[in-house]
Design a protein around this ligand. Sequence first.
Ligand code: FAD
Length: 463
Amino acid sequence: MAQDYDVIVIGSGPGGYVAGIRAGQLGLKVAVVERDPFYGGTCLHRGCIPTKALLHTATVLDEIREAGGIGIEVAEPRLDMEKAQKNKQKVVDSNARGIVGLFKKYKVEGITGSGKIVGPGKVEVTGEGGAKTLTTQNVLVATGSVPREIPIAPSDGERILTSDHILQLGRVPASLAVLGGGAVGTEFASMFTAFGSKVTLVEMLDRLLPAEDEEVSKEVQKAFRKRGIEVRTGTKLTGVETTDGGVRLSFEGTDDKVEAEALLVAVGRAPYTEGLGLESVGLETQRGYLEVDALGRTKADGVWAIGDVITRGPWLAHKASAEGIVAVEQMAGHPTRPVDPKRVPSVVFTEPEVGSIGLTEAAAREAGYDVAVGKFPFAAIGKAKIEGKSAGFFKIVRDKKYDEVLGVHIVGAHATDLIAEACAALQVEATTEDLFRAVHAHPTLAEGMAEAAHASHGAAIHF
Ligand code: FAD
């Protein structure tokens, strides 16, 4: 008997909706099931896009404060949080409408409701009109993740917040404690500092952004301290009391307390598979995550998974999208290539920004490469001086034997955009010679990439 669909995608985050569009382009009969009343998932509604919209407000605020230095006299700017939130929502809504338009264009059927696998090739969707069972050749699980919570600091949406809560905040707390020095914690610390909160950032490990190259962590930490953020690394939270004014935090090995109006718990994300019916196809999870092969296939025939819900990180929007494309290409018999997790860039939108890809210096040495490193400071780039953005550096890690670029780490203005060149370089296994012989336009921040490549041979021109 013919099935209703070639593929049913459960979840419409950047993994699911992109997979849906690519499936439509390839002529597959596809439906995307989403339990939220809108498409786009965490990234569009509770993650990447709303944070960056508010961070843009934060950046402009800081730029206005510094405008006197380049000859523009303005009064002290005042943040209107309500308007900032409205602007954020406008951006989110516009993108969500965009997905609806793209679904129409590529003949993707969007279905609102909760999806549950009820047996091989069967998905039950429960929505406003009740439940219906659809049949399909393939199921693609793209159910993503939710904020991870810890028992000593359960969120209440008032004083103890997750990223979901803080994104809706209509006020700026006078003081904010942030637990977790990863990308989410540092971005909110950076944002609320610009908004005027006194921020204390607590991280159990010995440095912020522990997945980044050590020198990058140090640079961000230095910049944060300069901006007045109290950074407490190597600090383990042991207790949270609520007080009249907010929260009081205690830590291991010290009587020292931190008081703040609110606490943001940013200790990572947990994969989401609740009520998904995995048992009906004999699937188990590993610490909540689904295990898949390089193309996204689970051990159950015709069940695939991508994005934040799978064991293989990094858990980022662009990785989810890339995996979604690969999975449906494979289903359609279209030539494809697995996503290489080592070639997935990481981006952090703090002030200063971070963009990185490939091996850190320590990881390259640990992997046994004969390593050379080239560093070039933003302070020596003409365009950075023009923009008053002299903090940070480009760092290239290369293999001496073949001159191959192993990793690129940028901390500084527009690092999240500048890393794109390195993504292409790693994809084509470029050498640092390829990078420094590629002529970079002047005056641009991107010149730092060519200079760092030169520097890895001890021959930076402007430093
Ligand atoms: P999700 O985006 O989580 O989407 C899953 C969808 O599935 C949701 O819409 C959910 O409602 C739906 N769903 C779940 N179960 C069911 C069901 N049974 N039936 C129907 N629907 C279901 N990443 C970046 O790359 N860059 C960033 O700048 C960035 N910033 C972030 C900032 C914050 C504050 C947060 C929290 C995350 C950020 N991320 C960022 C991470 C990024 O949001 C995730 O990696 C990405 O959203 C994962 O995509 P996904 O498609 O796997 O899942």
